[in-house]
Ligand binder design. Sequence first.
Ligand code: SAM
Ligand code: DTB
Ligand code: SF4
Length: 327
Amino acid sequence: MSATSPAAAPAVSTPSAAHRWTVAEVLALYEMPLMDLIWQAQSVHRQHFDANAIQRSALLSVKTGGCSEDCGYCSQSARHDTNLERERLMPVDEVVDAAKAAQAKGASRFCMGAAWKGPKAGDLDRVLDMVREVKALGMQTCVTLGMLQEGQAEKLKEAGLDYYNHNLDTDKDFYGQVIKSHTQEDRLDTLDQVRAAGINVCSGGIIGMGESRKNRAALIVQLANLPQAPESVPINNLVPIPGTPLADAPRLDPFEFVRTIAAARITMPTSWVRLSAGRREMSDELQALCFLAGANSMFYGDNLLTTGNPDAERDDALFARLGVKAV
Ligand code: SAM
Ligand code: DTB
Ligand code: SF4
């Protein structure tokens, strides 16, 4: 027998949608040899998606900075000295112009983000107008406004909102080390309201904040075991912001990021897994590895909320080189 004879590809078994994942099971995924893990993730991916199609969402900060919350990673917290200029809630027409420009470039969804603990009634009315007008362009709509009060999710649904982004962000056991002004329970409560109103849920988290692999696995388990998995799962790599408590967090091994994408894909087989913040700092090859591990969505456009994203030309060139199409 030759020393290089190929090993059989590992068999891929897919648990049913009702499967409740345990942290031990997801840790075992993380501990697989990388090639086997990617093989499994790609096999699961191909059962549910076109492996050569990637969804593109544009992102706009419609209200920047001055947030009352103390999230340790965030440039927009009023409690961190990040030199960010605060801006009031944008006028509706400026938001619609930005949405039109994003649509012309090829984004299918427009996500509007506000640096709030949650929206006040008057502010929500203006956001409802933004949702109505962006929806009327024929784009999918998404907002991320913080925690919602009774009745607000229903108003957003009536205005035509397709997705609400609200991340669990990190494992509940690590949450208090990063955020003290609210609890992860508060965020789960908003996710319940969004789900009950019939809006698609977009929820994921950030890695690279000094959490352990077990914390990362536990976050994936929490997301996958929600009563219904989120339709969209953003996986953000921490963008270190000078002036925040996490400015000097140790950089995560990029393969650990790839493993997290694969774990999300395997545990949430029908969800769109979004390669989110931190993409500008990634090589094209690393991004391709993330797509191979099951990521099939990304932010498209030159900016995230307060930090940069690869410019659209770089992404267009990457799609052409990979033979990937935008959806
Ligand atoms: N205030 C709302 C909230 O917290 O849900 C909406 C805006 S908030 C900036 C949206 C998400 O951006 C956060 O949940 C977090 O996952 C992500 N985020 C914020 N700062 C980040 C950073 N420096 N690096 C990576 N992701 C970040
Ligand atoms: C998500 O999970 N990532 C986006 C979006 N949802 C709103 C935000 C990323 C923010 C990155 C840091 C910044 O630009 O301020
Ligand atoms: Fe930033 Fe949102 Fe936290 Fe406010 S609630 S500090 S905007 S992540």
